[in-house]
Design a protein around this ligand. Structure first.
Ligand code: APR
Length: 216
């Protein structure tokens, strides 16, 4: 239990963020939808959230993109971020030119309500030993970028588990284990959100988190 201050709300809670209930302060809620499925856990004073939804609707200092090595845009998270963020992000990606697998680069966030987009390149799943450390390294680089920019909040998608084919049940413990390992150490971060697209992704992360927390 070293370094753990663990408070866990019921694993599956349905919260409402209705602008009317919030006195019209819709822009202040960190997710722009009527209803949110999420669970929150406090580890070492940092809130770790699992949220089911669309990452472009999440408000955080940095939003992580599931990018490719050419930073050329694509479908899934990449498509959603470039559509919502506008052309400014792609212009900056072109200037940077690329990013190796297992790493990440920062750009501004264009029209998104974030300070930065971190473009992380996860591995294309191959079933080899390399997959896990490349995936871990992509998360670690984003967390290091957050520290470098002294950010308080960031939101991750489930890297590599869409077009890149990484099985959700294998990716979830790597993603969450890396984040937990990071936030147990001194950090500028106060909130890290894993944004899961759809029910099966949310469930895979919920189960992985329960196992990781039971072990520690
Ligand atoms: N918000 C949150 N999660 C999303 C969203 C969204 N708007 N859209 C898709 N996802 C989920 C997917 O269901 C999947 O679980 O994000 C996870 C990652 O999926 P992808 O976006 O396909 O990313 P990845 O598997 O890392 O593949 C990257 O896909 O779009 C291309 O340019 C990208 O070549 C790169 C590759």
């Amino acid at each position: 239990m070293k370094g753990m201050d663990l408070r866990t709300v019921p694993l599956r809670s349905v919260l409402s963020f209705h602008p009317i209930q919030w006195g019209g302060r819709k822009e202040r809620s960190f997710y722009e939808l009527g209803e949110v499925i999420m669970s929150t856990h406090t580890i070492n004073g940092v809130t770790l959230e699992l949220l089911q939804g669309d990452i472009v609707k999440v408000q955080a200092d940095a939003i992580v993109n599931a990018a490719n090595t050419w930073l050329a845009g694509g479908s899934g998270v990449d498509g959603a971020i470039h559509r919502a963020g506008g052309t400014e992000i792609m212009a900056e990606c072109r200037k940077i030119g690329g990013c190796p697998t297992g790493s990440a680069v920062a750009t501004t966030a264009g029209k998104l309500k974030a300070k930065y987009v971190f473009h992380a390149v996860g591995p294309i799943y191959s079933g080899s030993d390399e997959d896990e450390w490349l995936l871990k390294s992509a998360y670690q680089t984003c967390l290091a970028l957050a520290e470098q920019h002294k950010l308080e909040s960031m939101a991750f998608p489930s890297l590599s588990t869409g077009v890149y084919g990484y099985p959700l049940d294998l990716a979830a413990p790597v993603a969450l284990g890396t984040i937990i390992e990071h936030i147990r150490k001194p950090t500028s971060l106060r909130r890290v959100t894993m944004v899961l697209f759809g029910d099966s992704a949310y469930r895979a992360y919920e189960q992985a988190l329960a196992r990781l927390l039971a072990r520690s």
